[in-house]
Design a protein. Structure first.
Length: 324
């Protein structure tokens, strides 16, 4: 009896099981990152205050958190003897850092001076679709049409919520928030690509922050010297918000996020971000005294349902290059 064929046929099973485990692990890591990121908008508003009661300067919050995280990152890289990026990885680090170290914190930091955290959380609900779109073009992945349908449905729900809550009016801060979304999408996908190339998730964000440290550290010191009164008069709660965005939003959250994107696939697990705006809203109520009504909870449940469906849909790898 020939037993070779059944034995050969069994070989793909372990690989498929390992891929499934990686996908699930990636999804849970990204969910952990999203839950940490969900406090970013409320904590940024807490740190900077609003136009009527300003606290820390928005540029200090945006750049200072990168400087603090950069110093910690230098210690981590030194203590773990982290391998240096190679060749083109430095350029990819620079592009990704432009998005997540500078772009998102800068644009969102100035925006939340003029809009509530709940409003900002709704607008940044575009981020999953933006991340998926950038990932599709950059990584040449091929999601199933139903996957895009889920992403579009989730974002349509977010837009509908914004329209109902805002009466269809857009503010200048909304443009800043959309710029933050575009910046974050580029940074997320670039960081995921670095993690897929062999850099550990925590090392990806650490190298980004260290690369920017020669700019962020003197910039932070300059802002502090120019506006000492604003820093001295800020409430302890504002400094608590700054500590959170420095240690968690700018640093620890990315440890889980980039590792999760590398394991689970950028297009699929990026849909977990659809949970983030609604988690931010829930935090903004006790933290900032903002109002959350029943309709918001219904929208949150609907969006979370699209996430659960979307993550189960197939995402195909890039097509192989034709043989020459």
């Amino acid at each position: 009896m020939n037993t070779a064929a059944p034995a050969t046929a069994s070989f793909p099973a372990p690989a498929a099981a390992a891929a499934l485990r990686d996908s699930r692990r990636g999804w849970w890591l990204c969910l952990a990152g999203v839950l940490m990121f969900s406090l970013s908008i409320p904590m940024t508003r807490l740190a900077g205050g609003d136009a009527s009661q300003p606290q820390l300067p928005p540029d200090f919050v945006a750049i200072g958190r990168a400087a603090v995280a950069g110093l910690l990152s230098a210690l981590v890289l030194w203590a773990t003897h982290a391998p240096r990026p190679r060749g083109r990885q430095w350029g990819l680090l620079a592009v990704s850092a432009a998005g997540v170290v500078f772009g998102f914190p800068w644009f969102s930091g100035f925006a939340v001076r003029h809009v509530e955290a709940i409003h900002a959380a709704v607008i940044t609900g575009f981020l999953p679709l933006a991340t998926a779109a950038v990932g599709a073009v950059w990584l040449r992945q091929r999601p199933a049409p139903a996957f895009w349908a889920c992403a579009l449905l989730g974002c349509a729900l977010v837009l509908a919520f914004a329209a109902v809550q805002g009466g269809g009016r857009l503010q200048a801060a909304d443009g800043l928030l959309l710029a933050a979304v575009a910046s974050g999408a580029v940074g997320y996908v670039g960081g995921a690509r670095l993690a897929a190339q062999g850099l550990r998730g925590e090392h990806v964000i650490c190298w980004m922050l260290v690369l920017c440290l020669p700019l962020t550290l003197p910039w932070t010191i300059a802002i502090a010297l120019q506006q000492p009164a604003a820093l001295a008069e800020a409430r302890p709660a504002a400094w608590g918000g700054f500590a959170y965005v420095s240690l968690v939003s700018m640093w620890l959250g990315f440890f889980a996020w980039y590792r999760g994107l590398a394991l689970g696939g950028t297009l699929r697990v990026s849909q977990v971000q659809l949970v983030q705006p609604f988690a931010s809203m829930l935090v903004a109520v006790p933290l900032l005294g903002e109002r959350l009504d029943a309709m918001t909870l219904l929208f949150a449940l609907a969006v979370i349902a699209t996430v659960l469906v979307g993550k189960r849909l197939p995402v195909h790898p890039p097509r192989p290059e034709p043989a020459r």
